[in-house]
Write a protein that binds this ligand. Structure first.
Ligand SMILES: NC(=O)c1ccc[n+]([C@@H]2O[C@H](COP(=O)([O-])OP(=O)(O)OC[C@H]3O[C@@H](n4cnc5c(N)ncnc54)[C@H](OP(=O)(O)O)[C@@H]3O)[C@@H](O)[C@H]2O)c1
Length: 263
């Protein structure tokens, strides 16, 4: 299936590893010119080289922290100067720390909102004028299954990410007339470095082995396994495609059936 995004310009944030990297790689495979960002420049350069080796595509790196507004503005300006526009925006960021209500103070909520919600809003402010001009745009916000089924020890993530869903849906209604779609994709447990680190931390805390960690998680997923970053990336790439032009305002989980509710 041709996604119709050859030579489109895509900016995938937080993309030197994990889900962001898989999405950038998939978009590059589909022929898009891809810009990736993360804070660590060395990891970013390594990821760029890896994607180019695999796809032979155009991949640019911009070291940037998505919580820093100036760096985001500078990044978008640099992209538009080099490529002339920006067609596809995938908003990703790190996750806030795990913990329960009594583990955190109000400042922790501010930081979580900066990381997940306000970075998304800032990115949208910067790219929408360019998308409006060309009457075409795809915005995909990466959240988590926790927006559909809160996860007990992730109160910061449960809180900040549902804001992204409210924002995405509101924005989708307002920019649809400019040919811009806005959707959220909600990963379930997906085997990335982040989850591998969580497994190691679980073992180090004496709660059980790494195998126990994965067994516990797998028992909550009807598919009986974690997802792969590639499976997640396919869903994002489809939402970025020409053919997905009538899909907007949705929040699609990619979770092997983890969410138990109807929607
Ligand atoms: N994997 C899962 O099972 C899962 C499930 C639900 C939700 N999620 C969420 O999906 C997102 C991606 O998860 P992942 O598993 O792919 O994580 P990961 O493997 O840890 O990768 C995170 C990526 O984000 C970059 N990053 C982190 N903070 C950043 C910032 N402030 N500015 C720019 N780049 C930043 C990291 O690079 P630098 O550190 O160099 O900046 C890295 O490239 C996270 O928000 C996570 O909570 C993941």
């Amino acid at each position: 299936m041709d996604l119709g995004i050859k030579d489109k310009v895509a900016f995938v944030t937080a993309s030197s590893k994990g889900l962001g990297k898989a999405v950038a790689s998939q978009l590059s495979k589909e022929g898009a010119k891809v810009v990736i960002c993360a804070r660590n420049k060395e990891h970013l350069a390594r990821t760029r080289d890896e994607i180019i080796y695999r796809t032979g595509g155009v991949v640019k790196i911009i070291p940037a922290d998505v919580t820093n507004n100036e760096q985001i503005t500078k990044a978008i300006n640099e992209i538009v100067q080099e490529f002339g526009t920006l067609d596809i925006l995938v908003c990703n960021a790190g996750g806030p720390p795990a913990g329960m209500f009594e583990d955190f103070a109000i400042d922790d909520y501010r930081k979580a909102l900066e990381l997940n919600l306000l970075s998304t809003v800032t990115l949208c402010y910067e790219v929408i004028p360019h998308m409006k001009k060309q009457h075409w745009g795809r915005i995909i916000n990466i959240t988590s299954v926790s927006v559909k089924q809160p996860i007990d020890n992730l109160i910061l993530s449960n809180t900040s990410r549902t804001g992204v869903i409210g924002f995405s849906k509101s924005l989708s209604n307002q920019v649809a007339k400019y040919g811009i779609t806005v959707n959220a994709v909600c990963p379930g447990y997906t085997k990335t470095q982040r989850v591998e680190n969580l497994a190691k931390a679980f073992e180090e805390s004496g709660e059980g082995s790494i195998e126990d960690f994965y067994r516990n998680i797998e028992s909550t997923i009807p598919m009986g396994r974690l997802g792969s970053p590639k499976e997640f990336a396919y869903a994002v790439a489809f939402l970025a495609s020409e053919g997905a032009g009538y899909i907007t305002g949705t929040a699609l989980q990619v979770d092997g059936g983890f969410v138990k509710g109807l929607f």
